[in-house]
Every structure is written in structure tokens, then in C-alpha cells.
Design a protein around this ligand. Structure first.
Ligand SMILES: NC(=O)c1ccc[n+]([C@@H]2O[C@H](COP(=O)([O-])OP(=O)(O)OC[C@H]3O[C@@H](n4cnc5c(N)ncnc54)[C@H](OP(=O)(O)O)[C@@H]3O)[C@@H](O)[C@H]2O)c1
Length: 289
């Protein structure tokens, strides 16, 4: 089957969407981006992307964006939105598209996410159980290297990062590499039904990530472990449902004893080695200055 000529990216102005848009354009595909009204981050998208306003939480508002689209790069930026909404959106996608890439999570791969929790495992279940004509691919990604932007305010403001579980070892993935895997799955054959574990090339503790950011910005930075309860409060204040915050923090605690799983999927699917955290830190050094 030939590559879809028009692809819609949802949650398009986050960490992954702009990379996905750039890779799709490079592959000669027309790109549409679904963005919220007055999204201040639209400028992150390449110029040739067609912008459609719509709200994933209001399924009828995405009809125009989906019209004539043959592929969807589906990201779902909610923890708690009603499950009926996701199914309605999926059914609308299936009416138009032949191929779907869903950004899922390593949590599904290792069995941490139950299917009834309204997040990645649930979305995978919807796709498996409620579609028949779509060629789908799941990207079960580890944490993004971009999560390290969370350290940036403390790095800029004194250089001491206070966070729990500095010894948690992750195989964080460059969000551009994740996007590249998804674009290959949308634009070439042989990926239908794949559940790819997408990771970076190395396991690094959070402390080691911070050290590398310091080396790339020419500063000595300090990690101070704080009690998980303090981080939990901040996560809940930022909109995380309490049980999600607990799940994430428990996972980090586990990663202090047992490093995160890794894979060679980026190289296998894209033909290029996965970028290292040092590559990412060098590209994004200005955000920490
Ligand atoms: N971060 C990780 O480590 C990690 C790990 C595993 C899986 N994931 C998955 O990766 C996906 C992509 O992450 P990301 O960081 O690129 O993006 P994201 O943070 O999930 O999504 C942000 C984007 O979604 C848009 N958005 C928010 N509410 C919306 C709505 N109601 N309708 C339409 N768009 C809406 C935001 O627009 P505004 O800019 O206007 O707010 C922004 O463009 C996530 O959805 C998550 O499921 C992430």
C-alpha cells in the first residue's frame, strides 16, 4: 500500500508534533495539525503545515481537520477525559484514514497500566477492539528527553535541582526519534499491528542527565533528592490525578533498583541510530541558560 498523501497530527504543538510534521514533509506528505483555538505554540510547526482549529474533547470540532486525511498521528493529551470521547474520536478517524499511529507508553509494555485507567492502555484497547479497517501501529515510548525541560527553571535559578529519585535510571528517548519511528510507520509498509517499544540508546539516571546538561552548558549543577511526597503535591497541583502521580513516582522508585527496559527500535525502523541524551542536551542547551 502506498504512503498516505495527507496526514493529521493531533496534540500537534507539544514535544513530538513539530518533529513529526517536519519528518512527514520531508517524506513528501501533506501535513495537517489539529490545534486548540489561540494555541500560543503554533509557531513551533513548520510553515507548510495546514492548521485546523479543533478540540479533541469535543469530537465534532475535529471533523473538518479529518476530511480527506489518510493517516493520523494520534496523540491524546488527557489523563482523565471521558472514555466515550476517545472512542468517538477513533470512529471519526476510522471513517477517513487507512493508517493510524498511536503514541502509547512503556507503562503498557511492562504491564503497569491497567486497561481501565483511561490512558494509553485504554486507547490501545479501543483501537484493537473497535476498529477493523485501520492499519495501526502503537509506539510504546519511554519518557521523553524533553521531560528534562522540567529541570530548566531550577537550573537557571541557582543550579540546584530538587526532585525525588535521582538514581532512577531511564532509557529516555529523543522526541524527534519517536516522531521519526511514527512517520516511518505511517509512510512505509510492514508496520501494521506492531507494538513498538521505543527507547533511547542508553540508560542514564536522572542525576547523570543533569550532569550532562551541566557539561553542555558549562556549569556545575547539583542534584538534591527530596521526598516523593513533595513532588506528588506539585504534580497534583499541576493537574495530575493523584493515582497517576502515585503510579509515576512508584515507577521512578522502582527504576532506582532496576533500570528501565531498552530497545533498538529507532535504528531498526528508521535506519539511523537513536540520539543520545548528550545530543539532546547540546541541541537544547539554551533552554538551561
Ligand atoms: N512525556 C512523556 O515522557 C511521555 C511518555 C509516554 C507517553 N507520552 C505521550 O506522548 C504524547 C505526546 O506528548 P507531547 O509532550 O508531544 O504532547 P502533550 O503534552 O501530550 O500535548 C500537548 C499538545 O496537546 C494540545 N492539546 C491540549 N489539549 C487539547 C485538546 N483538548 N484538543 C486538542 N489539542 C489539545 C496542546 O495544545 P496547547 O499548546 O494549546 O495546550 C499541545 O499542542 C502524550 O499525549 C502522551 O500520551 C508522553
Amino acid at each position: 500500500m502506498s504512503a498516505p498523501c495527507k496526514v493529521l497530527i493531533t496534540a500537534a504543538t507539544g514535544n513530538v508534533g513539530p518533529h513529526a510534521a517536519a519528518h512527514l514533509l520531508e517524506a513528501g506528505v501533506s501535513v495537517r495539525a489539529l490545534v486548540l483555538k489561540d494555541d500560543p505554540h503554533v509557531g513551533r510547526l513548520p510553515e507548510r503545515v495546514e492548521i485546523f482549529e479543533g478540540d479533541l474533547g469535543v469530537p465534532d470540532s475535529i471533523d473538518a481537520a479529518l476530511e480527506g486525511v489518510k493517516g493520523v498521528f494520534w496523540m491524546w493529551p488527557f489523563f482523565t477525559l471521558g472514555t466515550a470521547t476517545a472512542l468517538t474520536v477513533l470512529k471519526k478517524i476510522e471513517k477517513q484514514a487507512r493508517r493510524l499511529v498511536l503514541v502509547s507508553s512503556v507503562g503498557v509494555h511492562i504491564g503497569l497500566e491497567p486497561r481501565d485507567n483511561n490512558c494509553h492502555a485504554y486507547l490501545e484497547g479501543l483501537v484493537e477492539d473497535h476498529t477493523s479497517d485501520l492499519e495501526w501501529t502503537f509506539l510504546r515510548t519511554t519518557g521523553f528527553m524533553a521531560n528534562a525541560f522540567g529541570f530548566a527553571p531550577q537550573v537557571r535559578n541557582g543550579g540546584i535541582v530538587r526532585f525525588p529519585y535521582g538514581a532512577a535510571a531511564r532509557t529516555s528517548v529523543h522526541e524527534g526519534d519517536l516522531a521519526a519511528v511514527g512517520v516511518r510507520a505511517l509512510t512505509s509498509d510492514g508496520h501494521a499491528g506492531a507494538r513498538y517499544l521505543v527507547t533511547g540508546p542508553e540508560s542514564l539516571t536522572q542525576k547523570e542527565q543533569l550532569r550532562i546538561i551541566g557539561e553542555e552548558t558549562g556549569r556545575e549543577l547539583e542534584w538534591v533528592d527530596v521526598h516523593a511526597g513533595a513532588a506528588r503535591e506539585q504534580m497534583v497541583a499541576a493537574g495530575w490525578p493523584p493515582d497517576y502521580a502515585d503510579g509515576a513516582l512508584d515507577y521512578f522508585e522502582r527504576l532506582t533498583r532496576e533500570p528501565e527496559v531498552g530497545s533498538d527500535v529507532v535504528r531498526e525502523v528508521t535506519g539511523r541510530p537513536a540520539r543520545t541524551f548528550r545530543d539532546w542536551a547540546r541541541e537544547n542547551a539554551d533552554a538551561f541558560r
